[in-house]
Design a protein around this ligand. Structure first.
Ligand code: HEM
Ligand SMILES: *[C@@H]1O[C@H](CO)[C@@H](O)[C@H](O)[C@H]1NC(C)=O
Length: 507
């Protein structure tokens, strides 16, 4: 009875809510409008039959999206359209189409889709952060500032490299303490990579096994799951549903808590800020904020500070640590490749000295292996969605302004027309006949063009230093009683290895 009463009161408050009614009317008009527009685009990419209102959403299994997409690609070709309710989406597959969009028509494809759900986390047109920011002035300013600040804190320079080296040392001593017993690398590697970002942004590192850190990691996992869920997709295209009380809290609990976490860091900084002494990225941002109204309008305000740091944290930790977990997995699956890397390490670096970035040029095989890990591991398989900034053409198709674009990076990294053995772990993809390192143009794990990964340099440094330090100190083997780990990825926006145990034998 109480439930009925409650339902009744909810319902009547809905019905009396004129704005909801207005939104529904708008929605109705939009659908009509959309159907009208569709007929005019004669060279629009092909796609599955679109139903009124829900569009093609039934053609995609959101639990196993890659399977559905594979079918659609076979049926409609490398450029096909989908329609999430009335949001137009075009999916790009293969090196040719993706490269044309990201590189040759970089600005046409540089925008990001508007995602209403993010407003719940504090994102908005004046507060876009970087990753989801619309293409424009604020994004440009924040991206420029972030790149140059990370550089001054050592990105591409010595000091950040020192930090990575130091962290690699901590990681190795932690792995040593496992004394060759089978263990899951995941927490330790995550912790190490997270510490690099955390020291740079917040000036703080977490000790291994720290409870706060474990919580943070867990929240971030929830964050990713929520991001790719069906409900999130639906809410992005039917924002009206956001008005349903309680729904949001239920769907985005992880994301909200994750943001609370960053807020805590930012608050601590504001309390202890000293203009004479810049500790880290957050301090540098606070300094920029004090420059007055113009800076404020360029995006340097409190809300953006929390969003930009969340973005760097979000974009920079899970991607890199997952790649490292793929690296160790491939080494235990291919012990002969592991031995060749170790032989090169012994020859160029030896057993004592820490690896540095300067060693990279003298280590073509190791470099090729790391690139092949990124190609095969394919950690951001469908990239980050783009949006057309103006009407444009692609592969002979017409794509109107405001279309959401999915760049299938996986289909580029595994493109059969480019790679000799697309579905095998084969470091020779990156070596010429003389054993010199070469990088085929279809190597796009960081995407390309104006929106190319902002942390590429840092990520590459981390991958090289962590990987060589680990293989300098240990040989990784599969525990005798363990089944051979699966080689396929587990997809949740990021594609990661299925959990596996490993033994690290000191060398
Ligand atoms: C192996 C590690 C990494 C991989 C594979 C990776 C991959 C990517 C990809 C595919 C994108 C989307 C580009 C696009 O929209 O077309 C991206 C964007 C981005 N990444 Fe990374 N990333 C990695 C590490 C990092 C690190 C360490 C940082 C931070 C320091 C970072 C910060 C960003 C940011 C801020 C963006 C958004 C750029 C923009 O929208 O303008 N990433 N990354
Ligand atoms: C991306 O490409 C891969 C490999 O070609 C394919 O299996 C997957 O279904 C594609 N995903 C999308 C979103 O088209």
């Amino acid at each position: 009875m109480a439930l009925l009463l409650w339902l009744g009161s909810q319902l009547s408050s809905y019905l009396s809510n004129v704005s909801i009614l207005a939104v529904f009317l708008t929605v109705f008009t939009l659908v009509l409008d959309f159907m009208k527009r569709r007929r005019k685009w004669s060279r629009y990419p092909p796609g599955p039959t679109s139903l009124p209102f829900i569009g093609t959403m039934l053609s995609v299994d959101f639990q196993n999206p890659h399977l559905s997409f594979n079918k659609l690609q076979k049926k409609f070709g490398n450029v096909f359209n989908l329609q999430n309710c009335w949001t137009n989406m075009v999916v790009l597959n293969g090196y040719k189409a993706v490269k044309e969009a990201l590189v040759h028509r970089s600005e046409d494809f540089a925008d990001r889709p508007y995602m209403p759900v993010y407003e719940q986390l504090g994102y908005g047109s004046k507060f876009p952060g970087i990753v989801m920011a619309r293409y424009g002035h604020v994004w440009k300013e924040l991206r420029r500032f972030t790149l140059s600040t990370l550089r001054n804190f050592g990105m591409g320079k010595k000091s950040l490299e020192e930090r990575v080296k130091e962290e690699a040392g901590f990681l190795c001593s932690e792995i040593s303490s496992e004394e060759g017993r089978p263990f899951d690398l995941r927490f330790l590697v995550n912790n190490a990579v997270c510490n690099v970002i955390c020291t740079t942004i917040y000036g703080k590192r977490f000790d291994y096994g720290d409870e706060t850190f474990k919580k943070l990691l867990h929240l971030f996992e929830e964050f990713l799951k929520e991001e790719t869920g069906f409900l999130t997709q639906l809410l992005n295209v039917v924002p009206t549903l956001l008005h349903i009380p309680g729904l949001l809290q239920k769907v985005f609990r992880g994301q909200k808590e994750f943001m609370d976490f960053t807020d805590m860091f930012v608050h601590k900084h504001m309390e202890t800020w000293n203009p004479a002494y810049t500790r880290d990225f957050t301090d540098e941002f606070l300094k920029e904020m004090k420059k007055g109204k113009a800076a404020e309008e360029s995006g340097f305000n409190y809300n953006n500070l929390r969003l930009v740091t969340t973005d760097l944290f979000g974009a920079g930790t899970e991607t890199t640590s997952t790649t490292l977990r793929w690296a160790v997995l491939y080494m235990i699956l291919h012990p002969e490749i592991q031995s060749k890397v170790q032989a090169e390490i012994d020859k160029v670096i030896g057993r004592e000295r820490s690896p540095t970035m300067e060693d990279q040029v003298s280590m073509p095989y190791t470099n090729a292996v790391i690139h092949e890990v990124q190609r095969c591991g394919d950690v951001v398989p469908i990239g980050v969605p783009h949006r057309t900034y103006r009407d444009t053409e692609l592969q002979g198709f017409f794509i109107p302004k405001g279309t959401t674009i999915i760049t299938n990076l996986s289909s580029v990294l595994k493109d059969e027309t480019v790679w000799e053995k697309p579905n095998e772990f084969y470091p020779e993809h990156f070596l010429d006949t003389n054993g010199k390192f070469v990088k085929p143009e279809a190597f796009l794990p960081f995407s390309a063009g104006r929106r190319v990964c902002l942390g590429e340099q840092l990520a590459r440094m981390e991958l090289f230093i962590f990987f060589t330090t680990l293989l300098q100190k240990f040989t990784f083997v599969l525990p005798e009683d363990q089944p051979r780990p699966r080689e396929d990825g587990h997809f949740a926006f990021i594609s990661s290895p299925h959990p596996y145990l490993v033994r690290a034998i000191p060398r």
